[in-house]
Design a protein around this ligand. Structure first.
Ligand code: NAD
Length: 301
């Protein structure tokens, strides 16, 4: 077998961001500046880092950003009020509600309150439903990033057997929907699956999204499989800690044809696709406004 290829998410995300920057430039030329509002409720340290990175990246590609920090004891109604204001603000194109939310907040109500046209995380049921019907909607960022890496690595995905390990609403399920849309044969495995290892060993493509360090080793993989590791797990190294994926990287490496490292694989793709979704949302909203004004003109003349 050829030497396994490391799938470089940093380089791939830099290319996506470069494309986004160009598209922002095209919109600016039409006097439209895409704008993203990020909402953070409470002081979760990891969420603060994620939000800071999203704001930084937005600034770098020319997207205007707004950060809304709410205290940890915010009620669902207070959050809904903020979301309503952002929905009504025509200068805001994308709304991102950083998860997880404090326990007192009704997460589903909050996500459903976001205008689907501004739902750059793709979690609103209208976008979830559209994706499952194979329509072009705002799709969740992490699985979109994984699909992009797979297309860059494998080329044509049609007919390939993809196994998605994990069935969460934010990664596993939308990943399966995107792979089906790309004409893969898709198997979804989860904590109640029987013979998960044997089923996974049949896959041409494996997407690991579980949250268990090193769960998937060579015994789960067909020789030559392409592996995308979404997992981010912090493990104790005795004298500190480090981040690892759901795949036992060293053990799996000789078995695969290509694999994403952790860190430096899927992680950077998530933010890149958030920026891409914000530009898509801005372009669609701008187009809808133009169509509306043209319709008004036609009705006058
Ligand atoms: P989750 O806890 O919501 O879902 C985990 C899924 O794994 C569940 O569907 C569960 O059924 C399944 N599972 C648990 N044990 C299993 C087993 N033994 N065999 C098969 N399936 C099993 O997690 P999530 O939000 O989907 O995140 C998964 C991982 O991806 C986490 O490590 C998370 O940190 C990471 N993540 C990374 C990014 C990124 O940008 N790289 C984004 C989101 C999530």
């Amino acid at each position: 077998m050829n030497t396994p290829r490391l799938i470089d998410g940093k380089a791939a995300s830099a290319r996506v961001l470069e494309q986004v920057r160009r598209e922002v430039g095209e919109l600016l030329a039409q006097a439209v500046q895409p704008a993203l509002a990020v909402i953070l409720v409470g002081g979760d340290p990891a969420s603060q880092v994620y939000v800071r990175n999203k704001i930084l990246r937005a600034d770098e590609v020319g997207i205007r950003s707004q950060e809304h920090r709410l205290p940890g004891d915010t009620s669902t109604e207070q959050l809904l009020n903020l979301i309503k204001g952002l929905n009504d603000d025509s200068s805001i194109n994308g709304i991102l509600l950083q998860l997880p939310l404090p326990a007192q907040i009704d997460e589903l109500r909050a996500l459903e309150a976001i205008d689907p046209r501004k739902d750059v995380d793709g979690f609103h049921s209208e976008n979830v439903g559209g994706l499952s019907q194979g329509r072009d909607v705002l799709a969740p960022c992490t699985p979109s990033g994984c699909l992009h890496l797979l297309e860059q690595t494998c080329g044509d995905l049609r007919g390939k057997h993809a196994v998605v390990v994990g069935r969460s609403n934010i990664v596993g399920k939308p990943m399966a929907a995107l792979l089906l849309k790309a004409d893969c044969s898709v198997t979804v495995l989860h904590s109640r699956s029987h013979d998960a290892q044997a089923l996974c060993r049949q896959a041409d493509i494996v997407i690991a999204a579980v949250g268990r360090a090193g769960l998937i080793d060579a015994s789960w993989l067909k020789p030559g499989a392409v592996v995308i590791d979404v997992g981010i797990n912090r493990i104790d190294t005795g004298n500190g800690s480090r981040l690892v994926g759901d795949v036992d990287f060293a053990n799996a490496l000789p078995q695969v044809s290509a694999i994403t490292p952790v860190p430096g694989g899927v992680g950077p793709m998530t933010i890149a696709f958030l920026m891409k979704n914000t530009v898509i949302a801005a372009r669609q909203q701008h187009q809808a406004q133009r169509n509306q004004s043209e319709a008004v003109c036609h009705s006058i003349y």
